[in-house]
Design a protein around this ligand. Structure first.
Ligand code: XMP
Length: 526
């Protein structure tokens, strides 16, 4: 395994993804994890990520005591990126200082020494464009280290100490703004460290099936909450393959679903996926608890709690009526949720996943009787889609845009039960999504949806003054939902959609578009 130690950079997850894309399994844990968490994984290569700190800051995160001794005694290769490079330099007896000039953004570096990081293809004097983001710089290298490249301004850009298996890059090879960064990672892993590629999704599937079969006893039954989204559907299909009809899926209509969602999803589950699904209509139960609640976190908590009550109830009925004891609950938790649930202390990273309580992570009650099975918890979204293809989940299903667990509750701002907000939102959303499909751009968008705003504006419709609702349209592109850019529709498309919405949805007289990326916004509005 290639282990990434996270020191709080916004790009840490990208390093993990890039390495997996080279068919090498990589995992990411906090850079301040205890030494045992590192040694238990027995990594052959460790990459120290960047981070927002100076190594001299009072609470600067650092690898645990004994780390250097461990990697040297085991012959583990270490690559430090940005802050990671500075940590290596400082801890091995070199010196890091605040640079005279800070280097942010696109920079040119020049090779000073033909080194393993650049493969055989780069000679002394060759230049390449890289992406940098640092204030500190290495001014004295530890014994045995050599400079392999410098920036235009003369600061250290790459170092190596092959004898001790330490390497470092002051720039970020993992971002696409470093066009030759992937090449560098490839040279480092395969040529320098001698790693062999071979990690495949088929192996992940076989492995997961074995793990589930080993975990779930012959008399145990498993419950899976199907949301109709990619993650829970792939998770359920995988578990079904492992234990057959000891899996019992439940689809909850919480009254917060999209237009005809329940009918559409149930049909796919039964007709295409042959999954055993029970549909529970809990609209009243959810909406009565949400009445008058306007705080987004409170809404999430209430919804999470109700879901758990329903699963517990479902498990009890299974035992009482059919004599089947449910011991496990399947969750479609993904790797970004896991990474973002525990950023390194003091990293300063305020990612959305830590500022909103996603109900499938950390929102489960401590006294829940069911144990968890999370077969996707080491995978990114695109990897889950690939797994779904291997499991023959219909591609239309795999391409569906993500839909949050709390559903339309986080898209009706304020009290979801007020007036006919939910119904208006369903109609607007359906027109928007259908128009996107008709325009043939659904698959190029990560997520598109409408938001119901708790304000009214003045309009004029049919020669009459109206005082009606405002809806917002949001569409973003993204790789994994952790960062996102707003989607730039053609004017004609927007014009047509806005016209259609105002003409066919009663109670709406104004349509606006959200043109913020993430960060600074999040994808959802609440
Ligand atoms: P944000 O709004 O945090 O969303 O930028 C990132 C991605 O996560 C989805 N999301 C959720 N999914 N439960 C979920 O299962 C939640 O509470 C939740 N909140 C946001 C969001 O739709 C986007 O794809």
């Amino acid at each position: 395994v290639v282990l990434i130690l996270d020191f709080g950079s916004q790009y840490t997850h990208l390093i993990t993804r890039r390495i997996r894309s080279l068919s090498v399994f990589s995992l990411c844990i906090s850079g301040t994890s205890p030494l045992k968490s590192i040694t238990d994984l027995n990594p052959s290569v460790i990459i120290l990520s960047g981070g927002p700190h100076s190594v001299h800051a009072p609470n600067a995160p650092c690898f645990p005591d004994g780390f250097i001794e461990y990697v040297e005694s085991k012959g583990v290769f270490v690559l430090g990126i940005c802050y990671g490079l500075q940590l290596i330099v400082e801890r091995l007896g070199g010196c890091v200082r605040a640079g005279e000039k800070q280097e942010y953004g696109r920079m040119e570096i020049e090779v000073e020494k033909a080194c393993g990081l650049f493969g055989g293809s780069k000679k002394v004097g060759d230049k390449q464009v890289v992406w940098m983001s640092h204030g500190d710089e290495a001014v004295k290298l530890p014994d045995g280290f050599e400079v392999a490249a410098r920036s235009q301004q003369g600061s250290v850009a790459a170092v190596e100490c092959p004898g001790r298996r330490f390497y470092g890059l002051q720039y970020h090879p993992e971002v696409t703004h470093s066009p030759e960064g992937m090449e560098t990672l490839r040279y480092f892993l395969f040529d320098v460290c001698g790693v062999t590629a071979g990690w495949k999704m088929e192996d992940v599937l076989d492995e997961e099936i074995k793990v589930i079969q080993g975990k779930v006893g012959p008399e145990d039954h498993v419950i899976c909450a199907l949301s109709g989204g990619v993650d829970s559907t792939v998770a359920a299909t995988l578990v079904h393959k492992a234990i057959g009809d000891r899996l019992h899926c439940v689809f909850v209509d919480n009254g917060l679903l999209r237009y005809k969602e329940r009918e559409r999803v149930m049909e796919t589950f039964e007709r295409d996926l042959h999954l055993p699904v029970t549909c529970v209509d809990a609209t009243e139960q959810f909406l009565s608890k949400l009445k008058g609640v306007v705080d987004p976190e409170m809404k999430r908590k209430i919804i999470g709690k109700e879901f758990i009550c329903i699963f517990d109830d479902f498990a009890q009925r299974l035992e009482r009526d059919l004599g089947k004891k449910a011991v496990y609950l399947v969750q479609g938790t993904l790797y970004p949720d896991v990474i973002e649930s525990c950023p390194p202390p003091g990293s300063g990273r305020t990612h959305s996943h830590t500022i909103k309580s996603h109900h499938n992570v950390g929102g489960l009650p401590k006294d829940m009787k069911l144990k968890l099975i999370e077969p996707l918890k080491l995978l990114f979204k695109d990897e889950v889609r690939e797994l779904g293809r291997i499991l023959e989940v219909p591609s239309a299903f795999l391409k569906r845009h993500p839909f949050p667990g709390p559903g339309l509750a986080v898209r009706v701002l304020g009290d979801v039960t007020e007036g006919n907000a939910l119904e208006i939102l369903r109609q607007v959303d359906e027109i928007f999504i259908q128009s996107i499909k008709d325009a043939g751009i659904y698959d190029t968008i990560w997520q598109a949806f409408a938001v119901f705003l708790p304000i009214r504006s003045v309009g004029v419709q049919g020669d009459q003054r109206t005082h009606s609702h405002v809806v917002a349209l949001r569409a973003v592109t993204s790789q994994d939902g952790m960062t996102a850019d707003w989607y730039n529709f053609e004017h004609k498309f927007l014009d047509d959609v806005a016209r259609k919405i105002c003409n066919s949805v009663r109670g709406v007289n104004r349509v606006v578009q959200d043109i913020t990326s993430k960060p600074p916004s999040t994808i959802e509005w609440e």
